[in-house]
Structures are given as C-alpha cells and as structure tokens.
Write a protein that binds this ligand. Structure first.
Ligand code: SF4
Ligand code: SF4
Length: 156
C-alpha cells in the first residue's frame, strides 16, 4: 500500500533540527505516522484524568487504510474532531497515543525506527503492530457500556 501522506522533498531529519512551532505545514503533516490511533474512542477517568484508548473506532475511520474517509469535511459528521496544530499540541498531548509522533516530539523524544520518515515506507507502522489496521470495532455496533472491554495496551 502506498503512503497517503506526502513525505518527499523534505530535509533529512528535519524534525531533529526544528521545533514543532517552526515547521512548515508540509513538515507538520509528514510527522503523522498514519497509525489511526487518534481516531479511536477514548475513556477518561474523571478522578485521575487517565486516558485509555479503545478499539472502538470513530465512524469515519477506514480500518484498512487507517485514514479518515471524509477528512476535509469531517466536522460535518464529527464536530468535535480535533485539529492538531503546533499551537494546540500542548492541550492534546495528554490523550494522544503514546507512540504518536507529535506527542513524542512534544515530549522531546526521538521518532521510533518504524516511523515512515525513518524507515522510508508507511508499511513499517503496520508491520510493527502500531497501527489500528484490522483491529477496530464499530462505534455503531458497540454500546458505550462495553467500551471497557476493548481497551488497548499501549507501549510505555
Ligand atoms: S496518533 Fe498521531 S501519528 Fe497516529 S495517526 Fe494520529 S496524529 Fe498521526
Ligand atoms: S473524524 Fe476522521 S480524523 Fe476525526 S477522529 Fe474520526 S476518523 Fe479520525
């Protein structure tokens, strides 16, 4: 499967030289590893604030490509879908998947070897078991009371 995210024409290892706030839109978009995990429904403990991801996917997620099926007009269907930008990352980092490139860089951590910007192919995200490909269940078919049964383990 080809990479649906444009990653050519970028400076080698630009993410190690530029802070998130200085990145061009193309560089910013290229950081996304395409895992699809941010499109999973989450459960948040009201007392502790701890967030866990479930395999119950947003209605617009394509489970085979791990992409949003209506990205450009997604807010018509999912009004609260977030827009991740350099100036909003601080507000969202706490719930983003632990492997998310934006969260990792925001935390000052390196990108993993399976990231497409390092491996050169989007397939490594799937091969490393990071993506949600073939892993999700429908939010239409899964009552909220059952979401706890679908919590996923995330790498520390
Ligand atoms: S979790 Fe992060 S890296 Fe994965 S698809 Fe979402 S924004 Fe991209
Ligand atoms: S609307 Fe699209 S981008 Fe937003 S969570 Fe759902 S699938 Fe993901």
């Amino acid at each position: 499967m080809t990479d649906s995210i444009t990653r050519d024409g970028l400076r080698p290892r630009f993410w190690e030289k530029k802070p998130l706030a200085k990145m061009s839109p193309k560089e910013w978009e290229a950081l996304c590893d395409g895992c699809g995990k941010c499109c999973l429904n989450k459960l948040e403990d009201e007392d502790s604030g701890v967030v866990v991801l479930t395999r119950v996917a947003c209605r617009l997620l394509d489970d085979s490509t791990c992409r949003c099926t209506h990205y450009e007009n997604r807010h018509t269907f999912v009004p609260d879908c977030i827009v991740l930008r350099p100036d909003t990352i601080a507000d969202h980092a706490y719930w983003l998947p632990k492997t998310c490139a934006y969260r990792l860089l925001w935390q000052g951590k390196p990108l993993p070897d399976w990231h497409p910007l390092i491996s050169g192919t989007a397939e490594t995200v799937h091969e490393a078991g990071i993506s949600v490909r073939g892993q999700t269940v429908s939010e239409f078919d899964t009552p909220f009371e059952e979401w706890e049964d679908y919590v996923i383990e995330e790498p520390e």
